[in-house]
Design a protein around this ligand. Structure first.
Ligand code: 86X
Length: 582
């Protein structure tokens, strides 16, 4: 049994402090920052920081003691140290989300609202996405570059028409030290106005085309809507591709090729299904001829979420920035055809929302920085030193064998944590596969593998371990996508009346409905599908937005079909996907 009681480490007041619910802490104006097991609100003052640090120290002490205890005590201890998940995905989604991303050590909170620290556990996912896409776009002939983060007022205002709606989100540098700058300088919210003046210089002849550049960078949009890590942040990481072609056809073909890569990132890397389609007139980028998008679905909230966009800009920007060349035949000056495309760190938030569960994060193997954790089990105080050494040796042997076969594996040999504690820890962090090696497994020349996604536990023969583990990781990857696809599909309903549409919204579904495509009509759909304040109590008031018109249509629009808004007499163009959205 456990020799030292947890209590020995700190006095009764401390214990109460740790056991307190976040709400209580908040109302007392005490600890205010989610650190590991802490409560989950944005930071406010340095005093709170101190309190928080103290409590963190205390938690560390408790963790240490926990290591010496038997597994049976882990559950109780977890409560006391609050290292594990407490919120439920189906009961309190925002609190659950905060707990997943902090306790899995993806995110640390920061004292500027809307900004978050991406810890290695999250950043490694971005790295995987980046490495994949970077290689693919290079194959297509895109080159990387880097443009400055600052935009002069003159350059930014050159694009006034399109950025008008965005103006309140632009962050400006107005001072150096306490001295006002002669001219305020904007921080890029996107780089069209930074890059296109240079494009105008570099493109003189058709021989300079196509020009295809990309940058991996940060952008700042000073949003005032409620911020959420990954999903809506004031600074985020993305890539922005900006390309120029001689003809519309070349531009169009690239727009769709890039969209396919974005879809592949979601389906093949993140195991998240997406719907490819075209944005409506209301939802497209104002500077584009048309906008294509990949849309994902968050079952827990019943909301759609834009995954990435690829725009065909036509000649809108090339006319504005005078990016052109002399036509080799007619000698007339033509403007180039442009695209722009981007995918952001929001991808990670979508992954969390779709796959994480009440035990914490669940990572698909392809983006997991640790795919397999090996945990030695069944070692007790009575285990002879000789057997103990042999046991660890065999674990390390297996680790080496897996690593040698390209599997990202980690052996957790810490002797100050119990196996049960380690199980919870790696489950919280979402490692796809856990291998348990106990004395009996060793005797039988076997190992036990436990899937994070399903909890399924299987014994495998030790021979050809790497091949077996590889197959299992592949199975996990595919079954995660399959499960999410099934879930998404079961939440898409066809509707032919606005009242049905509103009802499906409240059932957390997305809706496919015939729609004319008009901006004004879409605005009415949104207003008229929103629940009034005196409707169901507690029901979200948000109405339906169009997410996209899917390239893959459920069926043909027929003569008898009407646009979904009852007041609309225009012929529906396509089935359009509607839903509440992020
Ligand atoms: C639209 C369009 C486009 C390159 C992409 O979606 C992919 C990568 N850019 C971005 N957009 C703005 O133009 C914009 C402008 C300002 Cl000034 C702003 F504050 C916010 C913005 N948000 C989006």
């Amino acid at each position: 049994m456990c020799q030292t009681s947890v209590k020995d480490n700190f006095n009764a007041t401390d214990e109460k402090e740790l056991l307190k619910k976040p709400q209580e802490e908040e109302s007392m104006g005490k600890i205010d920052v989610p650190i590991g097991a802490g409560p989950t609100r944005a930071p406010k003052s340095s005093k709170k920081e101190d309190t928080k640090r103290e409590s963190k120290k205390m938690e560390k002490k408790v963790e240490k003691k926990a290591a010496n205890c038997q597994e049976s005590q882990v559950a109780g201890l977890k409560k006391m140290t609050r290292l594990g998940m407490e919120a439920k995905k189906e009961e309190n989604l925002p609190e659950w989300y905060t707990q997943v991303i902090t306790k899995s050590e993806m995110i640390e909170y920061y004292d500027v609202s809307g900004c978050y620290i991406l810890r290695p556990w999250a950043f490694s996912i971005w790295d995987t996405i980046k490495n994949f896409l970077d290689e693919e776009i290079k194959k297509l002939g895109v080159e990387n570059c880097y443009f400055p983060i600052f935009v002069s007022r003159l350059a930014l205002e050159k694009e006034k028409e399109h950025i008008q709606d965005f103006a309140p989100e632009v962050a400006w540098v107005t001072k150096s030290g306490d001295k006002a700058l002669e001219e305020p300088i904007a921080i890029r919210p996107t780089s069209e106005t930074v890059m296109y003046p240079a494009y105008a210089k570099w493109i003189q002849s058709y021989r300079d085309l196509p020009l295809r550049m990309n940058q991996w960078n940060n952008v700042v949009r000073w949003e005032f809507k409620h911020p959420q890590p990954f999903l809506r942040t004031r600074e985020f990481l993305w890539q922005e591709g900006h390309t120029a072609f001689e003809t519309r056809e070349e531009a169009e073909s690239e727009v769709f090729a890039i969209l396919d890569l974005y879809a592949t990132i979601y389906t093949d890397l993140l195991a998240v299904p997406v719907i490819k389609g075209r944005k409506s007139e209301k939802e497209k980028f104002a500077g584009a001829d048309f906008t294509t998008t990949v849309e994902a679905f968050v079952p827990a909230s019943g909301r759609g979420i834009q995954g990435a966009t690829s725009h065909m800009l036509g000649q809108n920007f090339s006319k504005m920035f005078d990016i052109g060349f002399e036509n080799p035949e007619t000698k007339e000056r033509s403007h180039v055809w442009q695209n722009s495309w981007g995918i952001t760190t929001r991808t990670i938030g979508v992954l969390v929302m779709v796959h994480a569960d009440n035990k914490g994060l669940v990572l698909p193997p392809r983006v997991a920085s640790v795919q397999v954790v090996i945990i030695p089990c069944g070692i007790t105080v009575d285990t002879k030193q000789e057997d103990r050494n042999r046991h660890y040796e065999l674990c390390m042997q297996l680790e080496k064998e897996l690593a040698g076969n390209g599997i990202r594996v980690k052996g957790d040999y810490r002797d100050n944590y119990s196996p049960g504690w380690k199980y919870s820890h790696w489950e919280l962090k979402g490692v796809p596969l856990r291998i348990e090696l106990g004395p009996r497994d060793i005797k039988n020349d076997e190992f036990v593998a436990v899937r994070r996604d399903t909890g399924d536990k299987t014994s495998f023969s030790r021979a050809n371990a790497a091949e077996r583990v590889k197959n299992l990781l592949d199975t996990i990857q595919h079954s995660m996508l399959e499960k999410a696809t099934h879930e998404m599909k079961s939440h898409i309903k066809e509707c032919f009346s606005l009242s049905d549409l509103a009802e499906e919204l409240d059932r957390k579904n997305m809706i496919l409905a015939p729609f004319c495509g008009d901006k004004e009509c879409e605005e009415k759909i949104k207003t008229d599908s929103a629940r009034g304040i005196d409707a169901e109590p507690g029901a979200p008031a948000m109405g339906a937005k169009s997410l996209c018109s899917p390239f893959d249509q459920p069926r043909a629009i027929t003569e008898d079909m009407k646009c979904i808004h009852p007041d609309c007499s225009k012929k529906p163009e396509k089935f359009t996907l509607f839903g509440r959205s992020y």
